[in-house]
Design a protein around this ligand. Structure first.
Ligand code: FE2
Ligand code: FE2
Length: 235
C-alpha cells in the first residue's frame, strides 16, 4: 500500500517534506485492519475498479493540497482536515451489488453512509475523539461531507435508519451519540438534513470529495450508472 501511496502523492505533486507530513498524519489510520480491508478493490470497490481505501486516500491528498495551496486556508487545521477525509467514507459494507434491501428509500446508502462512517471511526480510532471540540469537528465534517446531497436525520430514533452497524452505535458513549444526533438534526427538511459542515475543515473535505469523485474516478458511463442503480458491472 505504501508504494501505491507514494505514486499517488507524486501524481498530486507532493514534495518531499509534504510527503513526510502527510504520512505522519495517515500512518496510524492506514495500519488498522479495517482500513487495509477497504483498500482491497475486490472487497470494497468504490467507483469502477477503484477501492474505497484508494478513494479515501485520494480525498485526503486533495484536501491537503487545497489547504496548502490557498492563502485563505492559512488558519485551517490541516491535520484535522486530513483526518476527516481519512474517515469520511469508512462505511460498513460495500455499497455496490449489496444484497441488503432497505425498507425506506431515505435509508439507502447515499443518505446514511456518513453516519455509518462516523460510528466506525469512533469505534476503531477512539483516540481521535477524546477532545470534545475536535470530536465534534470531525463528526460534523464526516456527517455532512455529501452536501448538497442530504444526510438522513438521526433524531432520537437511530434504530429506524437501517444502519449496517447499529450494534456499534449502541456501544458508543452517550456523548458521541448526542453529537451524531445534534449534527444530523441541523437544517432539517422532513427527515433529512441538508447542511454544510459548520467547520471549514469539513467543508474543504466535502469539496475535495467532489473533485476526486467527479474528475478522477467516474470516468466511465458504467461507473456513473452504478451511482444511480447501485449495481456495478465488471467488464
Ligand atoms: Fe461518501
Ligand atoms: Fe467520498
Amino acid at each position: 500500500m505504501v508504494d501505491d501511496i507514494n505514486e499517488l502523492l507524486d501524481n498530486y505533486d507532493f514534495n518531499r517534506s509534504e510527503k513526510e507530513e502527510f504520512f505522519s498524519f495517515i500512518m496510524p489510520i492506514i495500519s488498522h485492519e479495517e482500513f487495509i480491508k477497504r483498500y482491497n478493490a475486490l472487497e470494497y470497490p468504490h467507483h469502477d475498479n477503484i477501492s474505497l481505501g484508494y478513494h479515501i486516500l485520494s480525498d485526503a491528498m486533495v484536501t491537503y493540497k487545497l489547504i496548502k495551496n490557498k492563502e485563505k486556508y492559512n488558519n485551517v487545521d490541516l491535520k484535522t482536515a486530513v483526518i476527516i477525509a481519512m474517515f469520511h467514507d469508512l462505511y460498513e459494507l460495500p455499497w455496490q451489488n449489496s444484497p441488503i434491501k432497505k425498507e425506506y428509500f431515505t435509508n439507502k446508502h447515499g443518505f446514511t453512509h456518513p453516519i455509518e462512517a462516523v460510528i466506525n471511526a469512533i469505534t476503531w480510532y477512539p483516540e481521535y475523539f477524546e477532545n470534545k471540540e475536535m470530536a465534534y469537528m470531525i463528526i460534523d465534517g464526516i456527517i455532512h461531507h455529501m452536501y448538497p446531497f442530504p444526510v438522513k436525520s438521526a433524531r432520537k430514533e437511530i434504530e429506524k435508519l437501517e444502519l449496517n452497524n447499529l450494534k456499534k452505535y449502541k456501544n458508543l458513549l452517550p456523548k458521541y451519540k448526542n453529537m451524531i444526533i445534534e449534527s444530523t438534526n441541523r437544517n432539517k427538511l422532513f427527515n433529512l438534513s441538508i447542511s454544510r459542515s459548520v467547520y471549514l475543515e469539513g467543508r474543504i473535505v466535502s469539496k475535495a470529495d467532489k473533485q476526486v469523485s467527479l474528475s478522477k474516478e467516474l470516468k466511465s458511463i458504467n461507473s456513473l450508472q452504478s451511482l444511480i442503480t447501485g449495481k456495478l458491472r465488471y467488464k
